[in-house]
Design a protein around this ligand. Sequence first.
Ligand code: KG4
Ligand code: ZN
Length: 356
Amino acid sequence: MSIILSLETSCDESAAALVSNAKGKIDLLAHEIASQIEEHSNWGGVVPEIASRRHLENLPFLIEEVFAKTKLEIKNIDAVAATVTPGLTGSLLVGSITARTLANLHQIPFLGIHHLEGHLASIYLAKNHPKPPFLVLLVSGGHTELIKVDAQHKYQRLGRSHDDAAGEAFDKVARLLGLPYPGGPAIQKVAKFGDPKKFLFPKGRVSKPGGGFFPYDFSFSGVKTAVFRQIEKIRSENKELPIADIAASFENIVAEVLVERSFRCALDQGLNSIVLVGGVAANERLRKMMLAKASENTINISLAPMEFCTDNAAMIGAAALLRLTSDNVQSSMELGVSARWPLEKSDLLYDFNPPF
Ligand code: KG4
Ligand code: ZN
């Protein structure tokens, strides 16, 4: 049995968790999140300098809290993990240095975790989770990707956004509508009262240089511009802005595109299982539409548990446990942090000579 202390500080959530594999499966012992969202929402988005400072202030309390909740002590821990890429470098450094310091002090392994591998691992926190191979739709504030997982830690990216990530589009459209940051939950809230068919926004396809379209790729900047134009038009006519209808129509088209392209990709690739993870996976309309489409096909849908869709340390702990127990690896203490790093190359985070 292994127990891991995991930390997440890649963006605007500071988080700590204790996970173990005591019962032959991933067992979440405790997890804590200190959200900075309220503070950043005053600025309309994440302010990197504030984020790193808050991580530094929050982490000791969060770590103390997960130990207090489980009555465990640092001497009971087998490894410490932290997100090391991708994210805001100053923020990543806080989690990574804290983890390496604890690992060094207590002479236990340190594991640097790829944030997207963390999101992928959030599915293992669900009661009934599938085993690879499956197709993952990863939709967050920074990424919109279709990833084929052949076996544990064997990734192939089949689709991606060429401009804004889905979450980023939610955040930008929310701002256009005068709704608070983060935009996803704010849009979802008002969209409940709107007509999703009121406005027909574009589906944003990505052209191939030689003609045709990339079937599994996304583009969300066009839909954002279409929303902007619609708002300008209504304002120029001195009419009241139908915020709920615009929000519902936007949410609906984004969900429709995500569902259509994921199923097309899974069917073409002969995969009968789709997994939905990341912050935008918390969207109720998207979850419902995914399940509805699955009932028309022979494809099984697995949704990340709602509380583990947005950033948290439980998913980082789950990813670390899988690395530690199935691959028996650890990271070099020399491993630093990086704003960007491809998921396909996450094996290199456990190299004796780390890539960054
Ligand atoms: O995964 P996450 O917490 O952070 C990143 O790794 O990016 O995702 C945050 C993103 C934000 O853009 C936020 O607006 C979006 O997820 N989001 C949602 C919902 N909850 C969070 N988007 C749509 N509907 C939601 N309910
Ligand atoms: Zn994330």
